[in-house]
Write a protein that binds this ligand. Structure first.
Ligand SMILES: Nc1ncnc2c1ncn2[C@@H]1O[C@H](COP(=O)(O)OP(=O)(O)OP(=O)(O)O)[C@@H](O)[C@H]1O
Ligand SMILES: [Mg+2]
Length: 892
């Protein structure tokens, strides 16, 4: 029995030993893999191959709500006051706190649930050999000893000792920071090696950059190197960069609140006000200022957003992707299926002089990755699919029976060719090569000028063309790249893939959303240019993969910003283009569905794939479109920006008017002989206000706000707070004046007046803050929001006149107060409008801030794929007590 602590459990130890020795100590035969019952056994011992859980846990969420020193202090103080002072006041405080905590809990729990269900919709798979049969399994079910296959674009699913490699290169930047891919071998390393030197190993979380390999799993889950850095990262909470920023910002507010309320408390005590009252009052203010609900509210609106997205055929793998999707301003897309109909049709064969059409077609049909046996299921290659499924090729397909395919050199996106050795009916053996005409023609002995002319004509018409060539060979082994020479060209196979009728409209829509679109394709430059110009994209300056290779990174950036179409690019070129643009600051999205797109999908801020795409592409993507269409993508972007805009409303509300109110409460307590508001009243006002805010996700968003990528900008929020906070305080002090001098109010009346005024201004200002339009009523809020805001104000206004008033310490307000209130609310909103106009004009002049790219973001994204739903099953270090990185400012 293998114990988790055995020497093999560490990849570093395994790296120093030969592959056979590692296999032996793991008790596995590389030819058959583990037996299924052994896998079960090991799963019990080692646990799942996971480093995070996405299970929504009641207690954790509840603890989140209660885990606030302020709340604790408040409850302690309330309990103390229950025994020595006002019993009813203490009870009311207790009740309000319970309701607030409940509100936060329900919201956050629902968001967690939504996030968890997103996680369980997506699964990440690996190809593994068990009991002699290879198949796909969920990555979380891998155990040490499993024999796995690695292919291009895949994320390495565990720490693996390599057994055989074919030109394998891994991008290990997520672990080592090294941006150049590392070449891998099967050799053991000597002595003690650093992580970057483990040549004979592939490490969890890294990307297969080139080639393929087979290896044996040595360590899983949190015992991997990646697990060690990612353990404790909570992948479902506070996932977004904004939420992290918000946390930091909240901390700032808490500090301000601490200083403010601390001094209020001291001054109040020095002024000989009752100790406990002063303490409760200060704490209530502090609770009011702290935007406790904010993180919960952000996740809630994102969670609601993910449902709206899926109704628009956009699936996000994680909540954070919604925000990222709204933020993109540059989209790279492949051509096939996005710009073109994608239903590739075989049109005709163009034989060279002396050949027959049917022969070109016959060799073309044989030259595929399909296993011999004629009508065997076709692979995923779209050109081969089209060839094999076309009714026009049926007759030739029937006649293939006498041929035997002896070996295949698979298609790869760098060579853009594939070759087979075939024995024909007469027993003669041929090497047949099919591929991109440029590359195939280079390897042919002589090509007639007429053939080149025919090819150019097909390209100019925007048709996809592959060339078929052959030569007789003697050896009946599988072909190698070195064999592809001295070929005789047989002819061309022409396929039609016309531009999508609605793509031009969708491109226009993306342009209006402020998103630049660039096309990257493995197809020919002339074809790409033709399709693009048909759709209205500038296709006159096309850069090819060869051009890109000639540019170093410095020149690349200049050259690529000006270019819209990139043709004959390899998977690595696609990724390089994405990386070059990511330094520009804006969000870069990549849309693709092929194996050749996976590297770029990993490199992009937002990787987008389609439901019908290949597994590797879907695995690499953050967002999956149920339909490959730029229109669906545009819907997704709009939805993302809408959600973002609404979330921002909360933040602006909470940090400006709310903050202003609390500051005035603190200020007033200094010159009033009594507390300006009772602690329970402050908390009640806060609760009512929060409740009204819950309708914000339903709100309409101005078209103008959807036209820009949505960046989170904490500096913007801070400036907003500093302008609009004091503005709301101004009206609070006006109210104080009115209450004291016009109504000669005593404590109860004073508090009632201010309670109603602060709730009214604080709530109604949503109508101004929700839009940049001046005057605000030209933009229409949603009905639920309107009703909620007015409802809250109404409740606040009648409260002092109800039987509850006495218990809450309110007194009925005179009619004259409401007249004054009306005037003040109107004056306040007018001033806010003036401030808004000035603010947005000044803000327009500010340079936009790009997303601050944390390397952590990639770690989180990778970690999310090694996540399980079961709550208690994470053994060993996974359940370590390391604080969640997201929880504080001390991120590594
Ligand atoms: N099965 C095949 N047989 C022969 N040649 C092929 C085959 N598949 C692709 N090719 C050639 O390789 C070229 C590049 O293909 P690749 O898959 O890299 O790009 P693509 O996926 O077609 O383009 P896009 O990125 O727009 O989807 C094709 O244009 C074609 O010339
Ligand atoms: Mg493709």
């Amino acid at each position: 029995m293998l114990a988790p602590s055995s020497a093999t459990a560490s990849i570093r130890a395994a790296a120093g030993r030969s592959a056979p020795a590692v296999l032996q100590s793991l008790g596995v035969d590389a030819a058959t893999g583990l037996a299924h019952d052994e896998v079960e056994c090991r799963r019990v011992t080692f646990g799942p191959n996971a480093i995070a859980t996405h299970h929504a846990r009641v207690l954790t969420v509840l603890w989140h709500q209660l885990n606030s020193p302020l709340l604790g202090l408040l409850l302690v103080a309330a309990t103390a006051s229950y025994f020595v002072g006002e019993k009813s006041d203490a009870v009311i405080i207790g009740l309000i706190v319970v309701v607030s905590v409940g509100l936060g809990f329900v919201n956050e729990y629902r968001a967690e649930k939504a996030a968890a269900s997103l996680h369980s919709q997506v699964s990440h798979e690996a190809v593994v050999l068990r009991d002699g049969v290879s198949g796909r399994v969920d990555v979380t079910s891998l155990v040490p000893g499993d024999v796995v296959e690695l292919t291009l674009g895949e994320i390495v699913p565990a720490d693996i000792r390599l057994l055989s490699v074919v030109r394998l290169e891994c991008d290990e930047s997520v672990l080592t920071g090294e941006s150049q891919p590392v070449e891998k071998t099967t050799d053991a390393v000597e002595g003690t090696a650093t992580l970057a030197d483990l040549d004979g190993c592939a490490l969890m979380g890294t990307v297969v950059h080139a080639g393929s390999a087979r290896g044996v799993v040595v360590a899983t889950g949190s015992r991997t190197e990646f697990g060690a850095i990612a353990t404790g990262l909570s992948t479902h909470q506070l996932d977004t960069e904004f939420q992290l920023g918000l946390r930091r910002f909240s901390m700032l507010l808490v500090k301000v609140a601490g200083a403010l309320t601390g001094s209020v408390f001291v001054v109040n005590v020095l002024l000989h006000k009752p100790f406990l009252d002063a303490l409760l009052f200060s704490l209530a203010i502090a609770v009011g200022i702290t935007p406790q609900l904010l993180p919960a509210v952000v996740s809630t609106s994102l969670a609601a957003g993910s449902r709206q997205m899926s109704r628009r055929k956009v699936l996000v793998k994680r909540l954070v992707c919604i925000e990222d999707l709204g933020d993109i301003d540059l989209l790279f897309t492949d051509k096939t299926g996005t710009l073109t109909a994608g239903r590739i049709d075989y049109a005709r064969a163009v034989p060279v002089e002396g050949q027959r059409s049917d022969d070109v077609l016959r060799w073309g049909l044989l030259c595929t990755e399909n296993v011999p046996g004629a009508a065997a299921a076709v692979g995923t290659n779209p050109l081969d699919q089209a060839l094999w499924e076309s009714p026009a090729t049926a007759a030739v397909r029937e006649a293939l029976t006498g041929h035997a395919v002896l070996g295949v050199l698979p298609f790869d996106h760098e060579r853009r060719m594939l070759s087979v050795t075939v024995r024909d009916g007469d027993g003669a053996v041929h090497l047949v090569t099919k591929g991109a005409p440029e590359t195939v023609l280079e390897r042919c002995t002589d090509v007639a000028p007429e053939t080149r002319a025919a090819l150019d004509a097909e390209f100019a018409a925007g048709n996809r063309v592959v060339a078929v060539a052959s030569r007789p060979v003697s050896a009946s082994r599988a072909p190698e790249p070195a064999d592809e020479h001295d070929l005789q060209l047989l002819g061309l196979l022409v396929f039609l893939d016309p531009p999508k009728p609605d793509a031009a409209v969708a491109l226009g829509r993306l342009a209006r959303l402020g998103i630049r679109v660039k096309v990257v394709t493995g197809d020919n430059a002339v074809v790409a240019a033709k399709v693009c110009s048909d759709l209205g994209l500038p296709g006159d300056a096309v850069l090819t993969g060869v051009d890109l290779d000639a540019l170093d990174d410095e020149h690349l950036i200049d050259a690529v910003t000006a270019t819209t179409v990139f043709a004959r690019v390899s998977p690595e070129h696609k990724a390089r283009l994405v990386r070059a643009h990511r330094h520009g600051g804006g969000g870069v999205a990549f849309l693709g569905d092929g194996v050749n797109d996976a590297l770029a999908l990993h490199a992009a801020d937002v990787g987008i794939s389609v439901d019908s795409g290949t597994d590797v592409a879907k695995d690499a993507a953050d967002v999956i479109l149920l339909e490959k269409s730029l229109d669906v993508l545009a819907d997704g972007v709009v939805e993302g920006r809408r959600i973002f805009a609404n979330t921002l409303k909360y933040v602006l509300m909470g940090t400006s008017s709310n903050f202003g109110n609390m500051a005035s409460a603190a200020g007033a307590s200094l010159f009033l002989p009594f507390l300006p508001m009772l602690p329970s009243q402050i908390l009640l006002g806060n609760l009512l206000y929060d409740t009204g805010q819950l309708a914000i996700p339903t709100d309409n968003v101005d078209a103008d706000q959807l036209r820009r990528p949505s960046h989170w900008d904490i500096a913007f929020i801070r400036r907003f707070m500093l302008l609009f906070g004091p503005l709301s305080s101004l009206f609070d002090f006006l109210t104080f004046g009115v209450m004291l001098w016009a109504f000669h109010a005593g404590p109860d009346l004073f508090r009632s007046g201010w309670f109603v005024e602060s709730l009214a201004t604080q709530t109604l200002v949503i109508f101004a803050i929700r839009t940049r339009t001046v005057p605000f009523f030209r933009s229409h809020p949603s009905l639920p929001l309107t009703l909620a805001a007015l409802g809250v104000v109404l409740v606040g206004a009648v409260l002092p006149a109800t039987p509850l008033a006495a218990a809450l310490g309110f007194a009925p307000l005179p009619g004259g107060f409401f007249a004054a209130l009306g005037v003040m609310v109107v004056a306040y909103l007018v001033l806010v409008e003036v401030g808004k106009r000035w603010f947005y004009r000044a803000a327009g002049a500010q340079p936009p801030v790009g997303p601050t790219d944390l390397g952590q973001r990639f770690v989180r994204r990778r970690a999310a794929r090694f996540s399980i739903a079961a709550p208690a099953a994470l053994p060993l270090r996974a359940s370590s007590t390391k604080a969640p990185v997201a929880g504080g400012e001390h991120s590594p």
